[in-house]
Each structure stands twice: as C-alpha cells, then as structure tokens.
Write a protein that binds this ligand. Structure first.
Ligand code: HEC
Ligand code: HEC
Ligand code: HEC
Ligand code: HEC
Ligand code: HEC
Length: 235
C-alpha cells in the first residue's frame, strides 16, 4: 500500500515538474487555479492525490461547482440535482455504479472512461469530464458530437438495440434521420404547436445532429434539465 502510494507520489511530482501549465482555462491561470488547489501530495485519500475529503472526485469538483463554492460561478450543481427518473433531479447522476441494467447502463469500454471510474466502479464527474483538458469542450473525455460518450456507457441503447423485436427491453431509435417534412412528418413543434424555434426558447428545441439525425441528446440534456419542454433549461 505504502509502496504504491510512493510510486504514485513520485510519478505525480515528476509529471508536475514536466508539465507547466497542464490545465486548460477556466481551470488554470484565468481563475488563478493551480495544481495545488485540486491536488495534494501527502495524506490525500484514495489513489489519485486529489484534494477532497473522500476518494470521490465529485466532492472535489463540487467544492467549487456548487452554490457558495470557492469560486463564484453561474453554473453550479448540488447533490440534490442528481436525477432519479420519475422522481426528482435535473442532472445526470454521478457517484453511482457504472453497471445499472435498469437504466440501460453498463461498464464503459473505452480505456479513458474505464481509467476514471472509482475503485468500486462508480461514475464521477471526472469519468465524463477531464478536468485538465478542453480538447473536447466542455472538458469531456470523449467527443460527444455524435453521442460517443453517451453510448460508451449506454451501449445497450445504440441503434443495434432497436427494431430487432427480440422481446427484450428495447429503446427509441437513435442514429436515424427524421423523414423529411414532405414525406409524412411535421417539422419538430414547440409546446405551443408552432415549428421550432418559433417561441424563442432554444432550450426546449430538439437538438438534431447534421442531416436531422436523432441522437440521445436530441431528447436528453445532461445538466440543468427539468424535463419540461415548456420551460427554459439551465441557469
Ligand atoms: C480543477 C482541478 C484540477 C486541477 C487544477 C489540476 N488537476 Fe490534475 N487531476 C484532477 C483530477 C480530478 C484528477 C483525477 C481524475 C480521475 O482519475 O478521476 C487528476 C489527475 C491528475 C494526474 C493523474 C493522471 C490523470 O490524468 O488522471 C496527474 C499527473 C495530474 N492530475 C497532474 C496535474 C498537474 C501537474 C496540475 C497543474 C498543472 C493539475 N493536475 C491540476 C484535477 C485537477
Ligand atoms: C478550484 C475551483 C474548481 C474546481 C475544484 C473545479 N472547477 Fe470546474 N470550473 C471552475 C471555474 C472557475 C470554471 C469557470 C466557470 C465560469 O466561467 O462560470 C469552471 C468550469 C468548468 C466547466 C465548464 C467549462 C466550459 O468551458 O464551459 C466544466 C465542464 C468543469 N469546470 C468541470 C469540472 C470538473 C469535472 C471538476 C472536478 C474534476 C471541476 N470542474 C473542478 C473552477 C473549478
Ligand atoms: C454522464 C456524464 C457526465 C457526468 C457524470 C457529469 N457531466 Fe458535466 N457535462 C456532461 C456533458 C455531456 C456536458 C455538455 C452538455 C451540454 O453542453 O449540454 C456537461 C457539461 C458540464 C458543464 C458545463 C455546463 C455548460 O453549459 O457550460 C459543467 C460545469 C459540468 N458539466 C460540470 C460537471 C460536474 C461538476 C459534475 C459532477 C458533479 C458533472 N459535470 C458530471 C457530462 C457529464
Ligand atoms: C460513464 C458512464 C455513463 C455515461 C458516459 C453516460 N451515462 Fe447515462 N447513466 C449512466 C448510469 C450508470 C446511469 C444510472 C444512474 C443511476 O444509478 O441513477 C445513467 C442514467 C442515465 C439517465 C437516467 C437519469 C439518471 O441519471 O439516472 C439518462 C437519461 C442518461 N443516463 C442519459 C445519458 C446521456 C444522454 C448521456 C450522454 C450525454 C449519458 N447518459 C452518458 C452511465 C453513463
Ligand atoms: C425520442 C426522444 C428520446 C431519445 C432519442 C432518447 N430518449 Fe431516453 N428517454 C426519453 C423519454 C421521454 C424518457 C422518459 C421515459 C419515462 O418517463 O418513462 C427517457 C428515459 C430515459 C432513461 C431513464 C429511464 C429508463 O428507462 O432507463 C434513460 C437512462 C435514457 N432515457 C437514456 C437514453 C439514451 C442513452 C439515449 C440514446 C441512446 C436515449 N435515451 C434516447 C426520450 C428519448
């Protein structure tokens, strides 16, 4: 145990020395955030040397990303925002087991997500987000422009799982383009019955991919989503 800690600590110090600055803004100089605000070298919990009171990375994230956190910010989250479908919540859950067949979720397959589950295989903020790099905005571990992040964990709901009539629980199609309005569909309508985005509230519009393709995020938001298409989402 001690040896493992020492190896990780030495590796951390070496990487610290070799990488400056290694954090993209706004997690860097723009907000005067340095490595030490998130990492500590000694006596930290867990194996990732983060500055939290337990081994859950989310505690660290929420020390800033919460109302009244270290740094004032517009978009905050609290534990009570975690979704319990049909009950409450406005945000995708975190600190929950990755393998949850009742939600069509299974352990991710990409190494980058697998590497950032907790030791007991739960998902945290840092499973989906890389706090260091904004290569895939907003700080995502995978480019989610075509749902790659969602489908890595919700593989059971990808397009191979629909329309197969196997008798098992299936799901709404994704990866399929809406038929053109000329065929037999209306364009998507707002709650007032007018074609989107005529009511001026863009947060309740379906977000179709290029070519009018339906994806998970056509219907689902990730954070600040109240599941009411008549209201404005987000702070
Ligand atoms: C906003 C918070 C934050 C800041 C600032 C930050 N880190 Fe991290 N870092 C994390 C978290 C969280 C993890 C662990 C992610 C996980 O495994 O779940 C991590 C992991 C690491 C790792 C392990 C490799 C990896 O990518 O998982 C190294 C090395 C590291 N950080 C170095 C640094 C250095 C060097 C700096 C300063 C230049 C820095 N970090 C600044 C949050 C931060
Ligand atoms: C030391 C404080 C601090 C910590 C700890 C911290 N953040 Fe942030 N984060 C910020 C600030 C400040 C912003 C910019 C907010 C704004 O502009 O309103 C930000 C922005 C973000 C954004 C939005 C980026 C964008 O371009 O819109 C994401 C995503 C994010 N943080 C994720 C995380 C995750 C995940 C963790 C934990 C691994 C974390 N943060 C930990 C301070 C922090
Ligand atoms: C299941 C994956 C997942 C988890 C878990 C998750 N996020 Fe996110 N987060 C996303 C995605 C995807 C987006 C981009 C969504 C969008 O732009 O609507 C996002 C966006 C954000 C943003 C930027 C919001 C904006 O509109 O600028 C912040 C800040 C953020 N997340 C923080 C967190 C924090 C803090 C946690 C943990 C308490 C967390 N996230 C957990 C996937 C996740
Ligand atoms: C790291 C794995 C992971 C990723 C990535 C992920 N999910 Fe999930 N998702 C889960 C797990 C696990 C649950 C079950 C949560 C629980 O126990 O309540 C879940 C639950 C949900 C729920 C039900 C609400 C809730 O939080 O329980 C929705 C809706 C959902 N996911 C949609 C998405 C969408 C859309 C994306 C892409 C933006 C996504 N998920 C990305 C693992 C993931
Ligand atoms: C056509 C719109 C639509 C699309 C596309 C869609 N969903 Fe859903 N999803 C819904 C609605 C509506 C509900 C709520 C159903 C209810 O309350 O019974 C839901 C519920 C869920 C739930 C929670 C309840 C449950 O059965 O587990 C999860 C998880 C989920 N969706 C994940 C996904 C994922 C992952 C994708 C992409 C593969 C996706 N959804 C695509 C509309 C959609």
């Amino acid at each position: 145990m001690y040896k493992r800690f020492l190896i990780i600590f030495v590796a951390f110090v070496l990487m610290l020395a070799a990488s400056s600055p290694a954090v993209d803004d706004p997690h860097g100089t723009a907000n005067s955030i340095d490595c030490g605000q998130c990492h500590i070298g000694h006596n930290s919990m867990g194996d990732i040397l983060v500055n939290a009171t337990d081994s859950l990375v989310s505690t660290l994230c929420l020390s800033c990303h919460t109302p009244g956190g270290w740094t004032p910010m517009a978009k905050t989250l609290s534990s009570s925002d975690k979704a319990d479908p049909g009950v409450s919540g406005t945000s995708h859950a975190w600190d929950v087991p990755a393998d949850n067949p009742s939600r069509g979720a299974s352990t991710p397959t990409s190494q980058t997500l697998l590497d950032h589950l907790t030791a007991d295989s739960r998902i945290t903020c840092a499973t989906c987000h890389d706090p260091h790099s904004n290569s895939n905005p907003p700080f995502l571990r995978l480019d989610n422009s075509a749902d790659a992040l969602c489908l890595d964990c919700h593989a059971g709901r990808d397009n191979s799982s629909v329309r197969t009539y196997t008798g098992s629980e299936l799901s709404h199609p994704v990866g399929i383009a809406l038929p053109s309005a000329a065929e037999y569909h209306n364009p998507p309508l707002d709650t007032d019955g007018n074609p989107q985005p005529s009511d001026g509230n863009l947060t309740n519009d379906f977000a179709l991919l290029a070519g009018d393709v339906v994806s998970c995020t056509t219907c689902h938001g990730v954070h600040y989503t109240d599941s009411n298409s008549g209201t404005t989402d987000g702070p």
